[in-house]
Write a protein that binds this ligand. Structure first.
Ligand code: NAP
Length: 326
């Protein structure tokens, strides 16, 4: 079975084609034959060594395809079902993968494999961030939220979902063209964070008050500015490190900037039980069925071109989702 794996950490050049044997599923596991494999920024963290892995390591945490075999005790999917998953760890850049059945869900008819692979990990992330990660005073329709990298894979889904919930999403992005994409996806305002003063613009848009919550996946480069955009008792949601990890935080800073709250959530924690994984996916699929979340055909690469996909993603040359086709 063809796969893309690494035997050491480093740049995209460490990703090599490999021939590996698919494993039979054990109790509670399934084997999925992949038709499309999602590419996510987290894949670059495992490749670079920012997140730990054991070698050899097949990268990738998301895919869509068909169930090929089920282990003992698995009842919610059967051989032949069209399924998709966002997995807690790497192993998806391959023609098939054996994994825990917990996060594996059936895919509705209206979603083809490339779109399913484009939306599972990113869409479920937006689900838990907007629906399960709430500031102290909670959010009401009409409230502002600040979302960095709003033209990216996760970002464009967030623009749509926030609009559907009635929130005014202020999106940031690295070029004016990307800002235009965020606005098209549903952002109420867009700020080019490479050329504009984000804090001043946010204060201007919110009448000086700031936002109740910031969703920050950029990390090092935006951390400080994000804190300065929050209203009193606001919630800083740090959920990624596209520019590098956030430097050590002094708790006194949170006090000085207005009794702020901080959380550092992961999709893995939210998907830990079968019930939660299914409930989150059901809600996301309903959003797609009802036309509130429109999933564009993702940019596709052959499996063998996974390294190029990483170069494009880390080079900030992409918008929306990327998938590999095995
Ligand atoms: N914690 C979780 O549960 C979870 C789950 C899923 C994703 N995430 C995080 O969410 C983020 C988005 O993931 P994604 O797969 O959808 O990627 P993406 O947003 O499509 O790509 C990352 C974007 O980050 C921006 N960026 C800012 N500074 C950057 C830098 N120095 N280098 C590279 N990019 C930079 C770029 O947009 P601009 O050019 O507009 O700046 C780039 O397009 C990632 O940080 C990821 O780790 C976290």
């Amino acid at each position: 079975m063809r796969a893309i794996q690494i035997e050491r950490t480093g740049g995209p050049e460490v990703m090599k084609p490999a021939d590996i044997d698919p494993r039979d599923p054990g109790p509670g596991e399934v084997r999925v034959r992949h038709h499309a494999i999602g590419v996510n920024f987290i894949d670059t963290y495992f490749r670079s060594g920012l997140y730990p892995v054991t070698f050899p390591c097949v990268l990738g945490s998301e895919a869509a395809g068909v169930v090929e075999a089920v282990g003992a005790g698995v009842t919610h999917v059967a051989v032949g079902d069209r399924v998709a998953y966002a997995a807690p760890g790497p192993g998806s850049y391959a023609e098939a993968r054996t994994l825990s059945a917990t996060p594996v869900v059936k895919v509705p008819e209206f979603l083809d494999a490339p779109r399913a692979a484009a939306v599972m990990l990113k869409g479920l992330t937006v689900q838990y961030l907007l629906r399960r990660t709430r500031p102290q005073r909670d959010l009401q329709p009409g409230d502002f939220v600040l979302w960095h990298a709003a033209a990216g894979g996760v970002g464009q889904l967030a623009c749509q979902w926030a609009k559907a919930l009635g929130y005014k999403l202020i999106g940031t992005a690295g070029t004016d063209d990307k800002c235009a994409l965020a606005l098209k996806a549903g952002a109420a305002f867009a700020i080019n964070y490479r050329t504009d003063d984000v804090v001043a613009r946010v204060k201007e848009i919110t009448g000086g008050r700031g936002v109740p919550v910031v969703f920050d996946s950029v990390g090092k480069d935006t951390w400080e500015r994000s804190l300065d955009c929050l209203e009193r008792f606001g919630l800083m949601v740090s959920f990624g490190n596209a520019s590098g990890p956030v430097p050590p935080v002094t708790l006194g800073q949170l006090a000085q900037k207005g009794s702020l709250h901080v959380t550092r959530p992961t999709l893995t924690t939210h998907l830990a039980t079968r019930e939660a994984a299914q409930q989150m996916a059901d809600e996301m699929f309903a959003m797609i069925r009802d036309g509130k979340l429109v999933i564009d055909a993702p940019r596709s690469y052959p499996l063998e071109a996974a390294a190029q996909a990483h170069r494009d993603l880390e080079g900030r040359a992409t918008t929306g989702a990327l998938v590999l086709i095995p």
